[in-house]
Design a binder for this molecule. Structure first.
Ligand SMILES: *Cc1c(COP(=O)(O)O)cnc(C)c1O
Length: 368
């Protein structure tokens, strides 16, 4: 049996460090924000080379606050991709703005910059490129186009902690960047968590107010805010885990390189490799028109797989009101039919990677 992910395996290795951090918080009596969260913000900001970091209670809250800080509201349009996790789009609607989709590129599976400019209107306020699966989007082109139109760039870096673009860390490439610490992410809390990074002291201050009821002093509300504060326990746990992030990402890259080698010529399409990018391989997704059959054949051999994502957002029933139709975003639609995620996490063994790759090779072979 090869699991898709095994979070308990990670805890077993970290147990003394984590238990110590948890004990420290429980003894301190400070459970929300406080020293541990402040220290985590500082350490995470340092790690990605961002001047300011604001910790919140989820990646979704991070996106919501980043949009509000960028003054996005009713009547505005925000451009993003339809091939992403639902939170990217939901957070745009929370502000009252309208999500406008641009299809993904067939090779990178991130925003197709060739189609970006045509989607910009006088109402466009922000662009949210998604570093899908941990692969940085084409940020130089996106930032260049955004600057020419006076539009804010908000990176959705929820899957890309520690990824690099032309040597620069993801999270320091746009005006704002949003991270999620959902347990399965490359850097995961033991509960929910998120963070916004920015180079702007003004935006950071606004988001600090908004996450804590808009208070600049106790019971003094200068903005209409939210309860989006990070727990002290998550802050303390994330500080421990942050020290391992680079090694964990390196393990993911080694696994990905082994999959690339083993699957070359197998009949499935492996993720495109770009020497200018340091991929974080949150997800290792292969592509095949025989996706569902291949998943079943792996399942029969005790190998868990997943699909990220089986239906693009523009075809989700909840977002039918946006008025998009089947056929509007052909690359996203094709990927949703053909993509399949193989197990990849730091504690996975290289033998397990080879075993999965061999099963994929056989599964594809049987069908052709
Ligand atoms: C996980 C994720 C989010 C949302 O983060 P939560 O912490 O689950 O709220 C947003 N965007 C993408 C691309 C994600 O993968």
């Amino acid at each position: 049996m090869i699991r898709f992910i095994d979070l308990a395996a990670q805890y077993r290795r970290l147990k003394p460090e984590i238990d110590d951090a948890v004990g420290r918080v429980l003894s301190s009596g400070q459970f929300v924000l406080g020293e541990e969260v402040v220290a985590f913000e500082r350490e995470f900001a340092e790690c990605i080379g961002a001047p300011f970091a604001v910790a919140v209670n989820s990646g979704t809250s991070a996106l919501h606050l980043a949009l509000l800080a960028a003054s996005v509201g009713p009547g505005d349009e925000v451009i993003t991709v339809p091939f992403t996790f639902i939170a990217t789009v939901a957070s745009i609607e929370y502000t009252g703005a309208r999500p406008v989709f641009v299809d993904i590129d067939a090779t990178s599976h991130t925003l197709d910059v060739g189609r970006l400019e045509a989607a910009i209107t006088s109402r466009t306020r922000a662009i949210i490129p998604v570093h899908l699966y941990g692969r940085p989007a084409d940020m130089d082109s996106i930032v260049d186009i955004a600057n020419r139109h006076g539009v804010t760039v908000i990176e959705d870096a929820a899957q890309a902690h520690g990824a690099r673009y032309k040597g620069r860390a993801v999270g320091s490439l746009g005006d704002l960047a949003c991270f999620s610490f959902y347990p399965t992410k490359n850097l995961g809390a033991y509960g929910e968590g998120g963070l916004i990074a920015t180079g702007s002291p003004h935006l950071a201050r606004t988001m600090r107010l908004l996450r804590d009821w808009g208070q600049d002093a106790k019971y003094q509300h200068v903005l209409k805010g939210f309860n989006y504060r990070m727990d002290a326990l998550q802050g303390a746990i994330l500080r421990v885990k942050l020290r391992h992030l680079e090694a964990w990402n390196e393990a993911r890259r080694l696994h990905a390189a082994e999959y690339d080698r083993q699957l070359a010529g197998s009949g499935v399409i492996t993720p495109a490799v770009d020497p200018e990018l340091q991929h974080a391989y949150h997800i290792y997704a292969v592509r095949t028109t025989e996706r569902d059959e291949l998943r079943s054949s792996l399942h029969a051999r005790g190998i868990e797989t997943a699909v990220h994502y089986p239906l693009p957002i523009h075809l989700q029933p909840a977002y039918a009101g946006l008025g998009y139709r089947d056929g509007d975003f052909p690359q996203s639609e094709a990927l949703a039919r053909e993509v399949m995620s193989l197990p990849i996490y730091p504690e996975l063994t290289i033998e397990a990677v080879r075993c999965v790759a061999e099963a994929v090779g056989r599964g594809v072979h049987v069908q052709s």
